[in-house]
Design a binder for this molecule. Sequence first.
Ligand code: AMP
Length: 213
Amino acid sequence: MIVVLLGAPGSGKGTQATKLKDALGIAHISTGDILRESIKKGTPVGKKAKEYMEAGGLVPDSIIIEIIAQRIKEPDCKKGFILDGFPRTVKQAESLDGILKESNLKIDKVISMDVTDSIVIERLSGRRTCRKCGVNFHIKYNAPSKENICDKCGGELYQRNDDKAETIKHRLEVYRKDTYPLLEYYKKAVINIKADEDIDKITERLMALIKGK
Ligand code: AMP
């Protein structure tokens, strides 16, 4: 099962992908998480990506496509995977088609999680991320039991630089210009869902869609 989750930053792709991964027993591939991990480790990819990410821009396609080509060969992807934050450009989508074709694989579901800009701004500015395991919380809608401490691993929660108000606006512009055209690219397959409701309700709807109900 290969699922592509599309949607603006803050539409809840990461939150839902984490839940779907557990429910479906398939891998969760977040290019954002992979890049943040690379920055933390100081790898060459991390060094190249840092500036783009902090400014709220996109990391060059060539870097991202290479990451994905490697990642989907890993054993945990054998049963399938959920792509969260990839593809983000038409070039990436075309490359993904090529990579999958080489392995005789195909995308099963493309789901677009639709939210308004005001929800994106509210969600991202209140988002707090665990430094250790990368799980996201929200200061109002999904607050950790102890302030600034991750419920899952006890790590410290922080606000991502690109979740600060001035950068969110730019990320939305980048989404509109570079990522929105993917809805046209996938127009025969894409299923749109309203993603402004309760987290568990959205998971239920996604599970039903993925299981073909
Ligand atoms: P995310 O965690 O998905 O919001 O991604 C955080 C940042 O990582 C983005 O704002 C981009 O700078 C970078 N990034 C993640 N995925 C991609 C991608 N598929 N293409 C280009 N840049 C990406």
